[in-house]
Ligand binder design. Structure first.
Ligand SMILES: [Zn+2]
Ligand SMILES: [Zn+2]
Length: 175
């Protein structure tokens, strides 16, 4: 079954990418996958932008098949292609300050100090996003091989307040 773009009929569906509600009337992207737990297909719903960041191949496939008008189509294509440019970018799941000093950075293998900014990683497996640890914010350019990260990190950082978002912006490595 083909992927789908459609206006959300209610405001009750949640985006698999960011965990936030998809507003009623907003266009959502449905990724169709074979149902791993039973017969037929299952549909994972996303904000189209979240899919461009986390499921770029499926989104591009969907855009290729779409017969309906998709708002901001070119921008979505660009974002998805940008994600595919580096294989690890799909793992970005937002940023937070470390709540303790127990975690080890998946990049440099050193401890992440309490209160240091870190980026959460996820892996998509069998129709779900599985937490895959965290890396230092300062290790992000080496790990992702790019510094163009802010927008995609913020997209999955809904729990941060305005002030924290500003802090993150300032502390995001630029070189
Ligand atoms: Zn989303
Ligand atoms: Zn590190």
């Amino acid at each position: 079954m083909a992927h789908v773009f459609e206006a959300a009929l209610s405001g009750r569906s949640k985006c698999r990418g960011c965990g936030q509600q998809i507003a009623r009337g907003e266009v959502r992207f449905g990724e169709r996958l074979p149902n791993l737990f039973g017969e037929g297909d299952m549909t994972l719903w996303f904000h189209p932008t979240c899919a461009a960041y986390k499921r770029p191949e499926s989104l591009l496939e969907g855009l290729g098949q779409a017969t309906e008008v998709v708002p901001e189509r070119e921008k979505l294509e660009q974002l998805a292609r940008g994600t595919l440019a580096q294989r690890r970018l799909v793992r970005i799941d937002g940023a937070e300050r470390a709540k303790s000093s127990q975690a080890t950075c998946r990049h440099c293998r050193e401890r992440i100090e309490r209160d240091a900014w870190r980026i959460r990683l996820v892996y998509f497996e069998e129709g779900r996003f599985i937490p895959g640890g965290t890396i230092h914010l300062t290790c992000a350019p080496a790990y992702f091989e790019t510094t163009d990260l802010l927008e995609r990190v913020l997209a999955f950082s809904a729990s941060l307040g305005a002030e924290e978002r500003e802090e993150l912006k300032r502390e995001m490595p630029r070189v």
